[in-house]
Design a protein around this ligand. Sequence first.
Ligand code: ZN
Length: 109
Amino acid sequence: MEENQDKIRQKMLKEIENIKNEISALEENTRPIAPAVSLGRLTRMDAIANKGVNEAALNDAQVRLQKLEVALQKLSDNSYGICSKCGAAIPTARLELIPESTTCVNCAT
Ligand SMILES: [Zn+2]
C-alpha cells in the first residue's frame, strides 16, 4: 500500500505540473478581445467563440487542479483512498485511473 501511494503521489505531482502548464497556456487565450483589433483571417465572432471554448477548458483545468491538490493533501494526512461519502476503501484500480477520486464508484454515480 505504501509503495502504491508513492506511485500515485508521483502521478499526481506530474499531473499537477501538466495542468499548471495547460492553465497558463489557456490564460493566454482567454484575454479580453479588443474591439478594434485586427484579427487577420479570424473574424471577431470566431475569436469570441474560441475564447468561450478556452474559458470552459480553463475552468475544467482549474477544477481538476483543485481536486488533485485536495487528494495530495489527503495522501499526507492518511485519509487518501477512503470514500468521503460511505467511508469504504476506494479500489486501487480506480485511484490509478482517476487519482483525484474522493468517492467510490457507487457514491460517484
Ligand atoms: Zn462510497
